[in-house]
Design a protein around this ligand. Sequence first.
Ligand code: FES
Length: 104
Amino acid sequence: MGVIHVTDRAGQRHTLEAIEGWRVMEIIRDWGLPIEGLCGGACECATCHVFVDEQWLDKLYPPTEEEEDQLDTVVTKPNSRLSCQIIWTPELDGLEVTLAPTGN
Ligand code: FES
């Protein structure tokens, strides 16, 4: 067991218990925070867009071409990722992300 820290669109930081093997999008959604994840994690919607804290970027698998293509459809920052493409493992205990604005 471990946690992720999620800052919502109002700037409030939430510490959520994480489950190994779950997508970060699923963890955020399961705890009731407002992330859409419309395609259910199929990398087809970009509604699970988050900004990953800089210190964690290198610890993630790099985005696939499919993820890059979806990120091209929204307004991104250098630390943008799709949270459905990040599978939580204990190495990611303490991961910090911020929800991207709705529609982005
Ligand atoms: S949930 Fe659709 S791309 Fe992540």
